[in-house]
Design a protein around this ligand. Structure first.
Ligand code: GUN
Ligand code: ZN
Length: 648
């Protein structure tokens, strides 16, 4: 039914492609609200596409229908003819007008028939707009009526159908609405939130989306009605919103306000050339006073579109880069209401953890909220479990520990009793052997730049340790081999858990380290690399590693089972598509590298997961796993996912 494909992701945030009869919409996307009457548009859809790359728009089918001349043109030439635009056009049903004016003359059936007749690419059900203040009973009634209309609409609609998700401020109704809408709609449109956006009630806004989020089918595009201020885009995307629509660019222009990603600026106060975009180079903001009120409004509206389009592009890039949390934290400084919303989300890590990636390229501390990100919460929980399986560890002196220091840290005390060590980090106490692991490994925080701590010499660490009479430091730097074993064991246990790690013959494994930094770069056996360790400090199996693993712990290793129809393609290195996933072990996580097997457990390939196990198979389109090594690959290609950094 549906045509939404996931291309890339950062947690719940998605980079996707929604296919429509007039071409795909690359998401997250802003669909500017355009008036159906071209004479009343501040910018034409064509111009928006050509100038800002905004490829899709939304317009009101209801306003079109209500105006006899517009209705006549739309019936004759279609909505694309009326708007003179051949890109994707979504139409809204009139629910918002019903809310604003108390009633509309159109019936739900008429609204749908009209949207169908004018060739809307995405038609919207005439829902019951539920106010955030609506009492439970009223919200529940509105919700059931919306669903009834949605079912009737589905019966008569072949094209894409947007089903609004209502429920007001009642989380259980939002959840029910999301789940029911997922069985009907192609686009799931969270509605009833305009008052929250207008009044900066962003905590309630994110809670409404968060309540719906786990119940929205992963293979549908998610729309957020009315979110048009660019400072909200990153936060919306973080919650998995794919489509944003808004008339904010015009509404703020009417009030003489500039929309920027970091807030709203009244034009009257602008005395400096604070923007040098193409629009401003032609006509600086400081000169807009010379224009007539109407021309000024058009100019401002276009400027607002530009900053909005730019911010949406930044959001998409951040999803590609895995830096969306950083962008959200930066944007949250635009307004305390946004920061409050972010904090309220941080209080519910369970929302994010199921799709939280196992790794990202970087972790930069941006704000006071950085160390509360779900990746940190998840990491700390796993560290607690890991530590619970060990004897009490000794706390290492508070020094910045670099990998080359390891060999100087004794593994036994003077009496020959084994020592476990933990280091104090901004993410809490972490066993020394896990210090390279994401997120603590790539962590770049403020404290590193505050003092000469970075230059702490090995000799100083030695001096500190030697000052402790209970330690067996007399072996000098000869603890390397012991640490190698500890690290191999830790990396494999971190990846596969204690049971599987316990079955692996660790004595047959060796680590390869970067010559420059002494970081573990791979784990090998008899010269054959079995795991590659990236900057995320995690062990990613090569094809050979997966063979070794499956042979050592048959039946136990978390893996993805591939449908026989796709087995040969996967074995030849082609991506595994979601619809060919027979089963995915729930212990797998997004971004992990896992073995792919056929139903008889024959190894086909290893690959990196784009989807969480509970999403695989539920996405009808798109890639589930990108292959990083396969049966028929030349041996050195097996060294992906990270190129083997032999000396650095
Ligand atoms: N526009 C803004 N909010 C809404 C909503 O809740 N439903 C519909 N159909 N359109 C909207
Ligand atoms: Zn400008």
């Amino acid at each position: 039914m549906t045509d939404f494909e996931l291309v890339e992701r950062d947690g719940l945030a998605r980079l996707g492609r929604l296919a429509t009869p007039h071409g795909p919409i690359e998401t997250p996307a802003l669909l500017p609200v355009v008036h159906p009457d071209p004479a009343r548009q501040a910018a034409s859809p064509r111009w928006m596409r050509e100038t800002f790359g905004l490829g899709a728009v939304i317009t009101s089918a209801y306003i079109t229908w209500r105006s006899p001349p517009l209705q006549a043109i739309a019936r004759e030439r279609g909505i694309h003819g009326l708007l003179d635009f051949d890109g994707p056009i979504m139409t809204d049903s009139g629910a918002f007008q019903q809310h604003a004016y108390g009633s509309v003359e159109i019936t739900p059936q008429e609204s749908l028939d009209f949207q169908e007749a004018i060739g809307s690419d995405i038609a919207t059900v005439l829902d019951v707009f539920t106010e955030p203040e609506a009492p439970r009973e009223q919200a529940a009634e509105g919700l059931e009526l919306t669903l009834e209309r949605a079912r009737a609409a589905r019966a008569g609609r072949k094209g894409l159908l947007a089903v609004p998700v209502q429920g007001g401020a009642h989380p259980e109704l939002r959840a029910r609405s999301a789940e029911a809408a997922s069985r009907i709609g192609d686009v799931l449109a969270v509605g009833g939130v305009v008052p929250l956006l207008e009044q900066y009630r962003f905590v309630e806004l994110v809670q409404a989306v968060a309540a719906a989020r786990p119940h929205l089918a992963p293979d549908r595009a998610v729309h957020l009605f009315g979110a048009g201020h660019p400072m909200t885009f990153a936060l919306g995307a973080l919650l998995g919103v794919d489509l944003f629509d808004s008339s904010a660019y015009i509404k703020f222009a009417r009030r003489g306000a500039l929309l920027l990603a970091d807030g709203t600026v009244p034009l009257t106060g602008v005395r400096e050339r604070i923007c040098e975009c193409a629009l401003c180079r032609e006509r600086p903001l400081t000169d807009l006073g010379e224009l007539s009120a109407g021309d000024r409004e058009v100019h401002l509206a276009r400027h607002n579109l530009l900053t909005s389009a730019e911010e949406m592009a930044r959001v998409r890039q951040a999803i590609r880069d895995g830096t969306l949390w950083e962008l959200v934290e930066r944007r949250a400084t635009a307004h305390p209401a946004l920061r409050a919303a972010l904090r309220s989300l941080l209080a519910t890590p369970e929302l994010f953890l199921p799709t939280e990636p196992d790794r990202r390229r970087a972790f930069r501390e941006v704000s006071a909220e950085s160390l509360l990100r779900p990746s940190v919460i998840g990491f700390r929980r796993r560290v607690e479990e890991y530590r619970a399986r060990r004897t009490t560890a000794r706390l290492l002196p508070a020094v910045p520990l670099r990998p080359e220091y390891l060999s100087w840290i004794p593994r036994e005390d003077r009496e020959g009793r084994p020592l476990e060590w933990v280091a104090r980090t901004p993410m809490g106490e972490v066993p020394v052997e896990l210090l390279e692991t994401y997120p603590v490994g790539p962590f770049l925080g403020v404290t590193e730049f505050e003092s000469p701590r970075r230059a702490f010499p090995v000799a100083a660490l030695r001096a500190l340790l030697e000052a402790d009479p209970s330690l067996g430091t007399d072996r000098g730097s000869r603890w390397q081999a012991d640490w190698d074993r500890v690290q191999i064991r830790a990396l494999l246990e971190w990846r596969y858990g204690p049971e599987i790690a316990g079955r692996l013959e660790i004595s047959r494994l060796k680590v390869g380290r970067s010559r420059r930094t002494q970081r573990v770069r791979w784990i090998e056996s008899e010269g054959r690399p079995l795991w590659v360790v990236g900057n995320d400090g995690q062990a990613h199996p090569t094809y050979g590693g997966a063979e070794w693993l499956l042979a050592s712990a048959p039946g136990l290793v978390p893996r993805v089972t591939v449908h026989p129809d796709a087995a040969e393609f996967v074995a030849a290195g082609r991506s595994l598509f979601s619809k060919f996933v027979v089963r995915a072990d729930p212990a797998l996580r997004v971004e992990m590298t896992a073995p792919l097997v056929d139903p008889s457990d024959r190894l086909l390939a290893v690959g990196r997961l784009l989807l969480a196990p509970n999403e695989m198979g539920r996405m009808s389109r798109g890639v589930a796993v990108r292959i990083t090594g396969h049966a028929r690959s030349p041996p050195d290609l097996e060294l992906e996912p990270e190129p083997l950094p032999l000396d650095g």
